[in-house]
Design a protein around this ligand. Structure first.
Ligand code: ADP
Ligand code: MG
Length: 278
């Protein structure tokens, strides 16, 4: 299968910066896969995200989206349609005073037919669980609801890839859960390729693939079960270790012999229970 996004040994240095923000990154993103990107502040996550839809083009190397080179301006519009971006602050992404007008904004600008816009707006709001709020004022919604409206606005472009740069960073736990459930549903239910930048381990644990960035490079790349038991390496890269992984590591250090790859409290409880009943 062809990757939807192909990244070939890219580097990127911001104008006037001393050091590159990306330093030799190669990566293939395959259709329908949910990838989480972790990494300490300044490790290059947002810079990488901006290369996925040609907000930035690499200083060296190449990025292609469905084989279209992001450095070729002729492909800018088709690339932006295929790869939608959602940012941290929903207030900066919402432009209209009524939810459904906000979601209609991008397709209207593209000149999509009114009947088709109606269909897309309803579908997008339904997919994020916000259809019942279609006539509400966005500024009266909760953070999680606003962020889901922002996601619907991107979905109305019918993208293949959804890139979310710390979309839950400003949300309370309930808002985080709502947004994550919506994002998971888009990937699992609609086959949308998802790239989720987050610093929440529990969110990354739900992905198919986890990338950990460090100083402009990809330092770790694997499934959550492969990545999360590597507690020392994660700590060295400035990340928290998921509580379940930390607990199992401590029990093993104390002489137990437990499988260390449990991803949730439920799985962790099962591993411990089984060992105690052996
Ligand atoms: P992250 O999203 O992982 O926190 P960024 O991609 O934002 O990391 O930043 C990577 C590096 O690039 C950091 O060293 C940061 O200071 C630098 N950087 C980010 N944005 C700019 C900018 N607009 N101009 C100059 N340097 C920048
Ligand atoms: Mg960032």
């Amino acid at each position: 299968m062809d990757p939807v996004i192909h990244i070939e040994n890219i580097s990127y240095t911001y104008p006037e910066a001393e050091r590159p923000a990306l330093d030799g990154v190669s990566l293939d993103l395959f259709p329908g896969v949910f990838t989480a990107v972790l990494g300490a502040n300044g490790s290059g996550k947002s810079t990488l995200a901006k290369h996925l839809n040609a907000i930035l083009v690499p200083t060296a190397g190449r990025v292609t989206v469905d084989r279209m080179d992001t450095a070729d301006e002729a492909y800018l519009i088709p690339i932006r349609r295929r790869v939608g971006m959602v940012f941290q602050n929903p207030d900066n992404q919402i432009v209209a005073n009524v939810v459904e007008d906000d979601v209609a904004f991008a397709p209207e600008n593209l000149g999509v037919e009114p009947a088709e816009i109606r269909r897309r707006v309803d579908a997008a709001l339904t997919q994020v669980g916000m259809y019942d709020f279609r006539l509400h004022a966005p500024h009266l919604l909760s953070g999680g609801q606003k962020q889901r409206v922002a996601i619907a606005g991107v979905l109305a472009m019918e993208p293949e890839v959804l890139v979310l740069d710390e979309p839950t960073a400003m949300l309370d736990p309930r808002g985080r859960r709502e947004v994550l459930a919506a994002v998971e549903g888009l990937c699992r239910g609609r086959g949308i390729t998802v790239v989720l930048i987050t610093h929440h381990m529990d969110e990354a644990a739900r992905a198919d693939r986890v990338l950990v960035m460090d100083a402009g490079r990809i330092a770790m790349d694997g499934t959550p079960r492969e990545i999360f038991p590597r507690a020392e390496q994660l700590r060295a890269l400035g990340l928290d270790v998921p509580e379940t992984a930390a607990l199992l590591a401590r029990l093993n250090a104390a002489g137990m012999h437990l499988a260390a790859d449990a991803l949730s409290p439920e799985e962790c409880a099962d591993v411990i229970k089984e060992a105690l009943c052996r």
